[in-house]
Design a protein around this ligand. Structure first.
Ligand code: IPE
Ligand code: IPE
Ligand code: MG
Length: 263
């Protein structure tokens, strides 16, 4: 994508336009992963039931998905429901699942218009048949799209993913000598995808909550106090700009002229 495509969607003269113009399109994160957190606190601040926070969070999802596609991000992964989230009250879980189904039904057109391919990562077989049905429609209808890959992490756990991968490694009969990090990665839910370059968490918590544990080994982490229902394109652009200032070393040293022995 390009600055032009992004600007076509941003009101001229807005603060978002100024942010968009500062983005270096040659240095975009290939994969952005987001821990969407703070829906309950957003609702509590307004003396509303928690589920109203989840409802409001859908607008953020809509905005961030389209903004990421227009920005030219290759992969966007949103953490929607963890394997630990089953500990929540049944009514809250039901609302989350209903919202997800509604989102998919209403947003399919937007996904298609933006050439987005939709996929689910997590233990899908433990979801209810109606949710699975809706997910399958979304996956099937967008599978031929060649633009951004949009992963929803649903009934997802990083440790569960690693255990599932290990089981599949064994089932595939891979012998110990042939197993290395690259090979193991082929058995993860994210096989074939780049690791997240940028991990965003909203609402200020400094933890990873069992998200993409294998894949975030060298991700740049950006945490904002903004609660998920308040998160918009502007915050995404701020995160990308912050990412572009980071110095990624992967355990090496900064390749400065002095370190390289250049006079
Ligand atoms: C994130 O918001 C949504 C999900 C985890 C499904 P929370 O519901 O965790 O909101 P807080 O963290 O309680 O504010
Ligand atoms: C992480 O948020 C899970 C999702 C965003 C789906 P939580 O609210 O469940 O995480 P903790 O409990 O604060 O670590
Ligand atoms: Mg939370």
């Amino acid at each position: 994508m390009s600055l032009e495509q992004l600007l076509a969607w941003i009101p001229p003269g807005s603060p978002d336009e100024a942010l968009a113009r500062r983005v270096n399109f040659d240095q975009l994160p290939a994969h952005i992963a987001i821990i969407m957190d703070g829906n309950g606190r957003w609702a509590a601040q307004r003396h509303l039931p928690r589920v109203e926070g989840h409802r409001a969070g859908i607008d953020s999802v809509r905005d961030v998905v389209e903004s990421s596609a227009r920005l030219g991000i290759d992969v966007l992964t949103l953490y929607a429901f963890s394997v630990e989230n089953w500990k929540r009250p049944r009514t809250e879980i039901n609302t989350l699942m209903t919202l997800l189904k509604r989102y998919l039904r209403l947003e399919l057109g937007t996904l298609l218009k933006n050439n987005i391919r939709f996929q689910v990562i997590g233990r899908g077989d433990e979801l209810s048949p109606d949710v699975r049905h809706e997910l399958e429609i979304g996956i099937r209808q967008t599978e031929a799209n060649s633009g951004m890959l949009f992963n929803i992490a649903l009934n997802y756990g990083g440790r569960a993913e690693i255990v599932d991968a290990a089981r599949r490694v064994i089932a595939a009969g891979v012998c110990a000598d042939d197993l290395d990090e690259r090979k193991f990665g082929e058995f993860l839910y994210t096989a074939g995808q780049p690791d997240p370059d940028l991990l965003i968490r909203t609402s200020g918590e400094m933890r990873v909550s069992n998200f993409l544990l294998w894949q975030i080994a060298y991700s740049e982490i950006w945490v904002t106090e903004t609660l998920w229902p308040d998160f918009r394109r502007r915050h995404l652009l701020e995160a990308v700009l912050a990412y572009q200032k980071r110095d990624r070393r992967y355990g090496g040293i900064k390749p400065s002229p002095i370190a390289l022995g250049v006079k």
